[in-house]
Design a protein around this ligand. Structure first.
Ligand code: COI
Length: 392
């Protein structure tokens, strides 16, 4: 099998590979880099296709000083996780979705991308080769970070002549230093994250450095992260620097509640990927309405975001993708964030222009239900009726 041959190849060149676990303090994992044994590298050919990717020992990469990624930021990244179950099995969560998202982003950034099969195969190989770094069940996961960079040398502003697809991995647990405690968000009204027609909707590396100023300032004031508003009206909530956002409101019981997903996305090729198939109007069982900003190009189409939408619909909640005024956030009953790194994190407070409001974060919260269901699917504890989990 693929797993056996990758593992054998790895054991031959790295004796510790046979150990069940690497020497890591599994009880104190956060979201810091822990170097693992192997990385994956595959270069583009002249015709823009990719071939002969290889697993190699983890280490530095060599780049020309005039590489496209260093000079003009031509690069994308992805993030996905491998979990280990009680019997030692490894599970990847929706790796095909990361592959497709990288291809969508690559098209926007004028880069050739690996095929979905190449991407999924490479991610599978890197998870298996670094298996001893996948935390024990309940202690975290192996965060897998694929990169696509313009590695070819270029001086004038143009797409690089060569690209490198790289993957490395690190064991992780909670993303925020708060651990699993509720987050305190700062609603940013000075800096913007993304503008219409820009690249906010794809996972380009150049979306992330510009948020550091606001995030660093907010963290120094005791906040967990920054929530950005739309850059045109500064009126609607968009995205947290590291994750997507949802708000929950108890529905007015006198209004008949329908389960309905608003579809505004028009590009047919990525339409189905960004927006889950709309459900017919079915009477909703739950009294709470979950809303999240529509991914229309300024918000990253999170894979956890769309998985949570599908889980919420399946649990009988009404889910709406729409423009959400910041005032509505400030009046929400509950607020939570989603992302691969963040998973599903409850928000305890939001501060906007000096006003701080608090939200419910108790055991009966929607956030808690969605988080539990998602993690149980990801770790193979409950049946995956969506077909998202790939056992490797
Ligand atoms: C992820 O959730 O995988 C991300 O890429 C967010 C990043 C800020 C860690």
């Amino acid at each position: 099998s693929q797993a056996t041959s990758v593992q054998q190849q790895a054991c031959d060149s790295f004796p510790h590979m046979e150990d069940e676990y690497a020497d890591v303090d599994w009880d104190n994992l956060g979201f810091g880099l822990i170097r693992t044994d192997y990385m994956y590298v595959m270069k583009s050919l002249e015709d823009g296709t990719y071939k002969e990717g290889k697993i190699s020992r983890y280490g530095n990469v060599e780049l020309s000083p005039s590489a496209g990624v260093l000079n003009y930021g031509q690069g994308l990244f992805e993030g996905l996780k491998a979990h280990r179950n009680e019997t030692g099995g490894l599970f990847l969560f929706r790796p095909d979705q990361n592959a497709i998202r990288m291809r969508v982003g690559a098209e926007r950034m004028c880069m050739p991308a690996p095929s979905v099969d190449q991407f999924v195969d490479a991610v599978t190989q890197i998870a298996i080769a670094n298996k001893r770094w996948v935390p024990p069940p309940g202690k975290g996961s192996l965060y897998i970070r694929p990169l696509l960079i313009g590695s070819g040398a270029i001086l004038g502003l143009a797409p690089a002549p060569e690209y490198t697809f790289l993957i490395y991995a690190s064991p992780v647990s909670n993303y925020f230093k708060e651990g699993s405690k509720p987050l305190n968000l700062y609603v940013e009204h000075e800096y913007d994250r993304a503008s219409r027609g820009g690249t906010g909707g794809v996972k380009t590396i150049s979306n992330y450095a510009p948020v550091l100023k606001a995030v660093t300032r907010a963290k120094s004031r005791g906040f967990s992260d920054v929530l950005y508003l739309d850059s045109v009206d500064k009126k609607y909530i968009e995205e947290v620097a590291s994750c997507n956002i949802f708000v929950v409101k108890v529905a007015n019981p006198s209004i008949k509640v329908f389960r309905f997903i608003e579809i505004l996305q028009s590009r047919s090729d990525i339409h189905e990927w960004i927006n889950p198939t709309p459900k017919p109007n079915v009477i909703c069982q739950q009294d709470r309405v979950i809303s999240t900003p529509t991914a229309m190009g300024t918000i990253l189409s999170g894979i956890t975001r769309k998985s949570v939408i599908e889980i919420a619909c399946d649990l009988g909640y009404q889910v709406q993708e729409r423009a959400i005024p910041v005032e509505e956030l400030m009046q929400a009953d509950e607020v939570f964030c989603t992302g691969t790194a963040v998973v599903v994190a409850s928000v305890g407070s939001a501060t906007y222009k000096g006003n701080r409001v608090e939200f419910r974060t108790d055991a009966d919260s929607v956030c808690r239900k969605l988080c539990t269901t998602l993690v149980e699917i990801q770790t193979g504890l409950i049946e995956d009726k969506f077909g998202w989990v790939v056992e490797i």
